[in-house]
Design a binder for this molecule. Structure first.
Ligand SMILES: [Zn+2]
Length: 217
């Protein structure tokens, strides 16, 4: 992976862009963990959100992590990991599914942005998309529109898994994140060729905690 020195643009003590050197997935994952710890504690740095940082990245971008997240308004990766402009390449879609559009977005980043070190697929507690897919499956009816049918069709395989533990919805969400992560590799030669680590994760709404699950082998 291409590497660069720490980039700093400073115009005054109160307006500084500081980007770490995340040259490996281990370093990137540590940064995600540290940012999530700040978010959980409510002690944010809000890094790299100043106008200078916008200016710094007008001609290019060098994000260090791709995040495929649910569109749910309560799950905002840039906040959850306390990051700023140009750090995360985020794709959001209900149910964090691997469909043609999300795969194409990730293919672009994986193939063209050499700064990227890995991919996180972020499912979350009480996911409405997974809940809707379950309701539609249980009702035996079709979804209310072709587009919704497409969405729940991507989630349906996760509902065939037998979740361990009492919280079945959490089990389905975890299975859905894992299957989406596996789909990224299975359905994209470009993502496969990138050899980027892919890690499903589970976000808890109340605590703000992100639990990283076993990576896709
Ligand atoms: Zn959701």
């Amino acid at each position: 992976m291409a590497k660069k020195a720490k980039k700093t643009v400073s115009k005054s003590s109160s307006s500084t862009c500081e980007y770490g050197n995340y040259s490996t997935w281990k370093k990137a994952l540590k940064r995600l963990d540290e940012g999530n710890a700040r978010y959980k504690a409510g002690k944010y740095d809000h890094p790299n959100q100043q106008p200078e940082c916008r200016e710094m990245w007008t001609g290019k971008q060098e994000p260090w992590c791709i995040v495929l997240s649910c569109a749910d308004s309560r799950v905002t990766p840039e906040m959850v990991f306390d990051t700023g402009i140009g750090e995360l390449f985020v794709i959001r879609v209900a149910g964090n599914i691997a469909n043609a559009s999300t795969i194409a977005s990730i293919e672009y980043a994986a193939a063209n942005l050499k700064s990227v070190q890995g991919i996180v697929v972020l499912g979350h507690e009480c996911c409405g998309a997974v809940g809707a897919a379950l309701s539609i499956q249980d009702s035996g009816n079709a979804a209310p529109s072709p587009a919704l049918q497409h969405l729940v069709g991507h989630i349906a395989p996760a509902l065939q898994k037998k979740p361990a533990g009492k919280d079945k919805m959490a089990g389905y969400v975890r299975a859905n994140a894992r299957l989406a992560a596996e789909d990224l590799v299975a359905r994209s030669q470009i993502i496969q060729n990138s050899k980027l680590p892919i890690v499903p994760a589970y976000y808890r709404l109340k605590s703000g905690d992100v639990e990283f699950l076993n990576p896709i082998a």
